[in-house]
Every structure is written in C-alpha cells, then in structure tokens.
Design a protein around this ligand. Structure first.
Ligand code: HPA
Length: 235
C-alpha cells in the first residue's frame, strides 16, 4: 500500500536507505554504486531505488531540501516500509575554522532554529543526535578510506538565505562545524519512531572563509562520501 508521498509497495525498500537531497542524485547513486537496481517510487519525482551493494540490500531515495521534506519521507519510510536505518548523504557549508572544503563531516548532533523537536517534546529542548552504532560505522569507514572525518555538531537551518546578524559568528562561537538543512529533522523522526539515523556530509563551500569547491573536487568528495556511506550501510 502506497503512502501519501511514496508509491512503493511494502517490502520494496531495503533495511537501509541512503538519502541525498536531490532525487536525480539518488538515481546517479543507484546507477553507479548498486547492482540489480529497480525504481520503487517516483511520486512528485522524488525518485527511490532499491538494489544491492555487494551482498547488502540498499535503497536510495531523495529527501528534498529542508526539515519538513526530509521529515515526511523519513517518517513514512520508518513507519510504513520497515526501514531501520537512514543515512543522509549531503553537502554542508563549513562554519568552523577547523573545517575545510572537501572534508567529510559526520553529524554527531544537529542544532536547529526549527521548532520540530520542541514540538515533539512539548516545548522542551531535545538533543538531536545520530545513532551511535551508525556514527561509529561511518567514522571507521571514513578512516579506512584514508579520510579524516570531522565529527561533531552541525546546524540544520530553516533559512538558506538567513538575514540574522552575526548568525555564522554565533554558530562558530559555539563549536558548530557546518550548516545544512535536514539532519535535525531526520534525527527527530528517528527518535520518535525508535529507528536509527546518521548524516554524512561533504563541505561544498565555507561560509566564513568564502572558499568553495570546483565541479571536479565536488565529484571526488562525493565519491569519498558515498564509499563511506555504503560501507557503513553494509556494516
Ligand atoms: N547553508 C545551508 N545549507 C547548505 C549550505 C549553506 O551554506 N551549503 C550547503 N548546504
């Protein structure tokens, strides 16, 4: 039975779903990294695929941009399709001076200006955190790939174009590694549904230093991140 936003049948998704923001990126991942791939959903063009990475069944589906879009898809995958693990694979803007473009960031926690997790806790703060086992698996996979992952707190922003004065300075002063737009939503849904999640991100640009990546560099860091996410999925 399909959900309002996913046209797949029960059993169409693997236990683990990789989620890039862009649905066409989900197709690229399925075509290039998975075997025996089939499309399982295309409602609103939010494409989803299931295949195999080695012996491990893996699905990949777009999340769209922002906490509301991610929350809808993650909730339906966890509650209607028996998905146990979601690994977000995305990009982020560097905030901390310790972070460089092309770095891999594993979001141990996700701060946010969104009210979704406060809504869940009747107004109280919620520490939106990754699943520890998945976090460990991604960090180990990154190290095995020769990368030095940065592990810490990211900020899941509601506004890409944020008018707040000193916004990035405030985040930097609190040790935030990078800004993105989905992790706090994904972690909240995982907590609510008793499931597991982690976010692996590459730094596409640095919002404080202004450094950015070339198309080639983006492609290389994307490949490194995918290797990390898929190895963690197979773990
Ligand atoms: N802000 C929010 N999300 C992002 C950014 C950013 O600067 N860069 C990549 N994802």
């Amino acid at each position: 039975m399909a959900t309002p936003h996913i046209s797949a049948e029960p059993g169409d998704f693997a236990d683990t779903v990789l989620m890039p923001g862009d649905p066409l990126r989900a197709k690229v991942i399925a075509d290039n990294y998975l075997d025996d791939v089939r499309e399982v959903t295309n409602t609103r063009n939010m494409l989803g695929y299931t295949g195999r990475y080695g012996d491990t069944p893996v699905s990949v589906m777009g999340s769209g941009m922002g906490i509301p879009s991610m929350s809808i898809y993650a909730f339906e995958l966890y509650t209607q399709y028996e998905v146990e693990k979601i690994i977000r694979v995305g990009t982020c803007g560097g905030i901390s001076p310790a972070v460089k473009v092309r770095d891999i960031i594993v979001a141990m926690g996700a701060s946010t200006d969104s009210s979704v997790n406060r809504t869940r806790l009747d107004g109280d703060d919620f520490a939106a955190i990754a699943d520890y086992g998945l976090l460990e698996a991604t960090v180990n996979a990154a190290r095995a790939a020769g990368a030095t992952p940065r592990v810490g707190n990211v900020f899941s922003s509601e506004l890409f174009y944020n008018p707040r004065a000193n916004f990035f300075d405030t985040l930097k002063a609190h040790g935030i590694l990078a800004v993105e737009m989905e992790a706090a939503g994904l972690y909240g849904v995982a907590a609510e549904t008793g499931k597991r999640a982690v976010s692996v991100l590459t730094v596409s640009d640095h919002v404080v230093t202004g450094a950015s990546t070339s198309a080639d560099e983006r492609q290389n860091s994307f490949q490194e991140m995918m290797q990390v996410a898929l190895e963690a999925a197979a773990h």
